[in-house]
Design a protein around this ligand. Structure first.
Ligand SMILES: Nc1ncnc2c1ncn2[C@@H]1O[C@H](COP(=O)(O)OP(=O)(O)OP(=O)(O)O)[C@@H](O)[C@H]1O
Length: 218
């Protein structure tokens, strides 16, 4: 599904990603662990097109993911560590989930509203949450909305960068279960990035370790 081929990213004198290659199969959860600063987030940003690598390429289904190929790009979505970064405090949850549908030109108003309901259901939240504002949600619920928003464009691949590390320990398992269920239900491929090796090993089919910008042999 996803192929990352020899990606390198430098920031001045710092080599953040130093020749990383990996593949992600359909329906696979691939874990990526590594210490802070080893380049995990930079790699995630390259995969979803937020960062341009100095060299290397990323392919989806055999086609190269280039910045201008928006239709292809929509099929690879990022779930942020901090759900606040995908939520506007002044918008209702419904509007937050509808926006990516609108941007992608998907459906008329009624279809989009129906899709918002489906997205909420996919992440295990009642449809009535569409009328709420983020402040009326718990941290775990907000992260479910972050996941729902990433799902709006019906992606094939989710890149989850520390998806539960900002949450209370007590709700981490619930949010991780949402990701596992989505994989089963939608056949999503997931790149699960975290420094919590136990959590990653529990959830993943396969785990890669990164150090100083490179994958460790394993
Ligand atoms: N925009 C940037 N400008 C300059 N240096 C950067 C930038 N982004 C990342 N870096 C550097 O690149 C290296 C890798 O950072 P990155 O955030 O990818 O690591 P990480 O493994 O995700 O760390 P963490 O787990 O703490 O988020 C670090 O040395 C970081 O300081």
């Amino acid at each position: 599904m996803l192929v990352v081929d020899d990606v390198r990213v430098r920031f001045g004198a710092v080599t953040a990603v130093d020749g990383v290659s990996l593949t992600l199969a359909p329906g696979e959860i691939l874990g990526l662990v590594g210490d802070s600063g080893c380049g995990k987030t930079t790699l995630a940003r390259v995969i979803v097109g937020l960062e341009r690598p100095q060299s290397g390429r990323v392919f989806l289904d055999g086609e190269e993911l280039l910045p201008r190929r928006r239709a292809l790009r929509r099929r690879v979505q990022l779930v942020f560590q901090d759900p606040e970064s995908s939520l506007s405090p002044r918008w209702t949850i419904g509007r937050t989930l509808e926006e990516p549908l609108q941007l992608a030109g998907l459906g008329n108003r009624a279809e989009r509203v129906a899709r918002v309901g489906e997205l909420l259901e996919l992440v295990g939240l009642p449809q009535a949450f569409a009328a709420r504002h983020p402040r009326a949600l718990s941290g775990g619920q907000r992260q479910r909305i972050g996941i729902a928003r990433a799902l709006a464009s019906a992606p094939d691949v989710l890149v989850c960068d520390e998806p539960v590390s900002s949450l209370d320990v007590s709700v981490r398992a619930q949010v991780m279960n949402v990701l596992l269920e989505l994989r089963d239900e939608l056949g999503l491929s997931v790149l699960l990035i975290a420094h919590d090796a136990v959590l990653v090993h529990q959830a993943s089919d396969r785990v890669l370790a990164m150090r100083a910008g490179a994958l460790l042999p394993g």
